[in-house]
Design a protein around this ligand. Structure first.
Ligand SMILES: [Fe+2]
Length: 355
């Protein structure tokens, strides 16, 4: 069994308007805005926001491409929702909290003997808070104190029209093990079984496939952590050995390196190796997310990029504060290691493609 994959690194969504997303993720979900940067593919500047826990740890990072250009279509073959871990006994707080913010929710429910509350982002994506034992450090807001705040991901749910091929992919290609079945939900856990390692496949045989491209209101992909670039290339070789030949090249995302493959159930799966310094390469720990950061190879076009982005206000909740610290990254690689590998970047002339 492969042990290259450690657990969830990040989950990426396409909300609609940027400010609406910042407000929902920081004030309703209580996340820390960890990074403001831009999508590193294509010719159009699109924001890329990263949200996470107090330490901006992999396994807590939800990222957003605010994409009002077109609507996505929710359906099968997609990530259906993202689950955050909350302390036991706090589900009633969360029900009151989301009601105070006028957020649609599905009431307190139970799956695999855990209480959860499902809620809807104004752009259409769904989230859950799930009671679990989790000692990671939470971000706090005026309304969400440390004793009730989310710790990071519990996991994610994927909607699939059949379980068999997706299950085989998770076990053979990603090294997960199956934990059990509860109703339509088939539960899997990453090797190691730490926080943020649960994937539920929700069997919905009659649900029409959702859209795969960028579009408002859907999740776009899920990323899993691997140790370093060597493991990333080993993962690509494993995909090819198993017949998943459409694995992408390794892309330089500045904060980490990424490999993508379309899983048989339809969900786009990324594997990610952190680079030394991670999110702290371009910002001090207590200032994460307070300004727009560009990868060095986009910096000469900053003025053109900024002119094409909608302005956003960083919420007061995210003002710099003392006591934050870089995570002790278990996935950092020694400086210079990356240079041994060939990485892919895009660097378009944004002004030329302005439309
Ligand atoms: Fe990603």
């Amino acid at each position: 069994m492969s042990t290259l994959v450690k657990g969830i690194h990040h989950i990426t969504q396409c909300p609609g308007p940027a400010q609406q997303d910042v407000d929902f993720c920081t004030q309703v979900l209580g996340q820390r805005l960890v990074k403001q940067t831009v999508l590193m593919d294509g010719n159009i500047p699109i924001y890329h926001f990263y949200y996470g826990n107090a330490d901006a740890e992999p396994g807590s990072i939800a990222t957003s491409f605010p994409y009002s250009r077109r609507a996505g279509r929710a359906g099968s073959g997609q990530i259906q929702l993202l689950s955050y871990a909350i302390p036991r006994g706090t589900i009633a707080f969360w029900k009151e909290h989301v009601e105070r913010h006028g957020v649609e929710h599905g009431g307190i429910q139970e799956r695999f003997a855990r209480k959860y509350l499902r809620m809807r982002h104004p752009a259409g994506m769904f989230y859950e808070v799930v009671e679990a034992d989790d000692t990671r450090r939470p971000w706090t807001t005026r309304c969400i104190s440390a004793d009730v705040a989310t710790r990071g991901f519990f996991g994610a749910v994927m909607s699939v029209r059949s379980v068999e091929q997706q299950e085989q992919f998770f076990i053979d290609a990603l090294g997960f093990r199956k934990l059990g079945v509860d109703g339509s939900y088939h539960r899997f856990e990453a090797a190691g079984g730490g926080p943020g390692s649960i994937i539920d496949l929700n069997l919905e045989p009659d649900r029409a496939p959702g859209s795969w491209g960028f579009g408002a209101g859907i999740f776009h992909h899920i990323a899993f952590s691997v140790e370093n670039d060597k493991a990333l290339f080993a993962q690509k070789a494993l995909y090819e050995e198993l017949g998943y030949t459409d694995a992408s090249e390794i892309k330089d995302r500045f904060y980490f390196h990424s490999l993508y493959v379309r899983s048989p159930g339809g969900v786009l799966v990324e594997c990610t190796a952190n680079v030394p310094g991670g999110f702290y390469q371009d910002e001090a720990p207590e200032e994460l997310g307070t300004r727009l950061n560009l990868p060095p190879w986009y910096e000469s076009q900053r003025a053109e990029i900024v002119a094409m982005l909608e302005p956003v206000t960083v919420p007061e909740e995210n003002r710099p504060r003392r006591g934050t610290r870089p995570f002790a990254s278990p996935t950092a690689v020694p400086a210079g290691t990356s240079s041994a590998y060939s990485l892919s970047r895009t660097n378009p002339d944004f002004a030329r493609y302005k439309r």
